[in-house]
Design a protein around this ligand. Structure first.
Ligand code: ADP
Ligand code: MG
Length: 313
């Protein structure tokens, strides 16, 4: 369905098709899920034209219709699962991380967010029998915390060739929030050459938080974050990929709700994330992972360890 040619859309001639492709809209699904304004800006076409193209793509790609539960059940059996290397953590999430879903790991500095990302990156390259996705990985690194040395340690601990693993991990440093968003589009280019099955954004919110300060900027920040989340989800669906993002907690205690541990980005990030995990430091290598908000798992918490070998029970 989504693989039909974009030229076949009514009203899209060869010139517009070229513009669409140049802007990264290479299949119907990416067009169908785009907003008219973004498509218009990206392809330098009128917004009315953009609306027509998007409507046509929605019809051709068959998105947005109703399906019966048994068909959804059948499709969900085809979702892939990615292990965390901790049995307890996998069980908390229901057999690891799910493809076509966004997983948000939030917590204070040092709570293990980045280490979990490293472990997931290594694991995604593993064969499926070992809990991997036999895929490549894209990491959008906003805080300059990617450490290949840690990948080497974790790969060795799993008895796989570190060099082979590193070759499959594609890292880009994001210099600001708009660059970060652009890198999701770039990731689509990578996915045309390599089978990208995991995308990591570490940290999802740091740039947004630093750039949009003051009350007047909140609406704009939330709008952009919303767009970013939807582009991540679209990537996940098109590539049957797992998405893992990290988020900080707001240090400012909330007088009304009395909860000093609220993730940045509020409802926008919360609603778009399928699974949210709150991480807390404990003694030594111990970390407490709490599943906060899940469509199909009970709220519960487990203890994991972040060691030199990686994430463990
Ligand atoms: P954040 O949540 O801020 O991203 P990290 O995931 O980077 O935090 O976690 C940092 C912690 O990970 C360190 O405090 C340490 O406990 C652990 N850690 C980092 N590197 C190693 C290592 N080589 N061996 C053992 N533990 C490590
Ligand atoms: Mg970090």
């Amino acid at each position: 369905m989504a693989n039909a040619n974009i030229e076949e859309l009514p009203g899209v001639g060869p010139a517009t098709a070229d513009k669409l492709r140049e802007a990264g809209y290479t299949n119907l699904m990416t067009i169908a899920v785009e907003s008219p304004k973004t498509l218009a800006d990206a392809c330098d076409i009128g917004e009315a034209t953009a609306i027509k193209i998007i409507d046509a793509a929605k019809k051709a790609a068959d998105v947005g219709g109703f399906e019966s539960g048994d068909i959804i059940f059948e499709r969900r059996k085809n979702l892939d699962r990615l292990t965390t290397s901790s049995k307890a953590f996998d069980e908390l999430l229901g057999h690891g991380l799910e493809s076509q879903a966004i997983h948000e790991f939030y917590g204070e500095f040092g709570s293990g967010k980045t280490q979990i990302c490293f472990q997931l990156a290594v694991n995604a390259t593993l064969p499926k029998e070992k809990g991997g996705l036999d895929g490549d990985v894209v990491i959008i690194d906003t805080e300059n915390t990617f450490r290949p040395e840690r990948i080497v340690q974790m790969a060795n601990a799993h008895g796989v060739d570190p060099e082979e693993v590193l070759k499959r991990i594609h890292v880009a440093r994001a210099y600001n929030s708009s660059h970060q968003m652009l890198l999701v589009e770039k990731a689509s280019d990578v996915s045309k050459i390599h089978p990208v099955r995991l995308m990591i954004v570490d940290s999802l919110t740091a740039h947004f938080r630093a750039e949009f300060v003051g009350r007047g900027t909140l609406a704009e920040r939330q709008g952009l974050l919303n767009k970013h989340m939807h582009e991540l989800l679209a990537f996940a669906e098109v590539n049957n990929a797992v998405i893992a993002v990290t988020n900080q907690v707001s240090a400012k205690p909330d007088a009304f709700f009395g909860d000093p541990t609220r993730p940045v980005g509020g409802h926008v990030v919360g609603h778009a994330s399928t699974y949210r995990v709150y991480l807390r430091k404990s003694k030594g290598t111990r970390r407490i992972a709490r599943l906060i908000d899940s469509p199909d798992r009970p709220e519960a918490e487990v203890v994991i360890n972040v060691t030199e070998e990686g994430v463990r029970d």
